[in-house]
Structure formats: C-alpha cells, structure tokens
Design a protein around this ligand. Structure first.
Ligand code: ZN
Ligand code: ZN
Length: 179
C-alpha cells in the first residue's frame, strides 16, 4: 500500500483492525494483505502487541471530544511514529514518499502508515470525518469518505435499525397525542 494524498487505505485499515482486533500475528498479516498492504517479511508476536497498543492510542484520536484535541492527539501519535518524508523507489510502484526510516520493524511501518494516513484523511476531507456509529449500542468506528461528509452509521444495517426506531418513537408520540 502506498499512501495516496487522501489516506483512505490506511485510515480504513486502522478502523478495520480497531473494530475487530486481530488475535494472532498471522491474522494481522492476512488483514494487512487483504487491505493491499504488502509486508516485507513475517510478523511476530511483538509486531502484534505493538500494533494493538497503537490501535488503543489511535482510538483516542477517534474519540477526541473536539477538533483541537483530535489534532493534538494525532500530533502526539505522529511524533512517535513518523519521521521526515523521504523519496523511495523500493517497490515496483515507482517513486513515492515514506514518512519513516528504512529497515524498521513491521509494526513501526504499520504505525507510521496509520498515523500519516489518518492525518491525510482528516486534513484532506475534514477533521470531523472519523468517528463511531450513531447507533448508541454500536461502537463501530468508520472513516467518512463520502462525497457529502455526512455519514452517521457504520453500515446500512445500523442506518435501517435507527430509522425503524425513530419511526416507532414518532408513531408512539402521535398515538399518545390522539388519546
Ligand atoms: Zn513504499
Ligand atoms: Zn453501527
């Protein structure tokens, strides 16, 4: 995975991993692979542990109460995961930017990708475009990459659930008004 200027791939991967935490290094590798992130070598238990710790910090960015705190939390994460940008052509994809040193452990590569990708997503699309599903009992995190930026639910299923609930509340109120 190369970071594109909007960071979608990386921020969506972070949300996917945070929503359903991988249980083994093999599972983490498979999930990265499915997201198009090619890892140069096998992952070990330490990579998994570091990635899970990163996801805890990243969830703090998701749950920040306002934009300024979101920026501060992400800046702290960038400070420990990213370094100065550098041009590289290590892969077949041609010249691209890395925001990290070469030859780092895979967990560090993943951390830098997630932090920088999230930063690109938020400044490119809008600081509010990261959060949890509007259904109270649903803790699912999503990055809003829609055109309008007004996505509220993690899935169509949750959107329908909420619509049915709102309909029932309205009807109950109308019925109460009639009696
Ligand atoms: Zn690269
Ligand atoms: Zn949901």
């Amino acid at each position: 995975m190369h970071l594109n200027p909007y960071g979608d791939g990386a921020v969506n991967l972070a949300a996917d991993l945070a929503n359903r935490r991988p249980g083994t290094p093999e599972e983490l590798a498979e999930r990265c692979d499915a997201a198009g992130l090619v890892l140069e070598g096998p992952l070990c238990q330490a990579d998994l542990d570091r990635t899970l710790a990163l996801l805890d910090t990243w969830e703090g960015v998701v749950d920040a109460p306002d934009e300024r705190q979101r920026a501060e939390r992400l800046n702290r994460l960038l400070a420990v995961t990213a370094s100065h940008p550098r041009l590289t052509d290590h892969a077949d994809g041609g010249w691209h930017l890395h925001y990290r040193d070469d030859h780092l452990p895979l967990a560090a590569v993943l951390s830098s990708l997630i932090a920088v990708g999230t930063a690109f997503h938020l400044v490119g699309r809008g600081m509010h475009r990261l959060g949890r599903c509007a259904v109270t009992e649903c803790p699912t995190i999503f990055a809003d990459t829609t055109r309008t930026g007004r996505r509220r639910y993690c899935s169509q299923k949750c959107a329908n659930r909420d619509a049915v609930r709102r309909h029932r509340t309205t009807r109950a109120r109308t019925d109460a008004a009639r009696t």
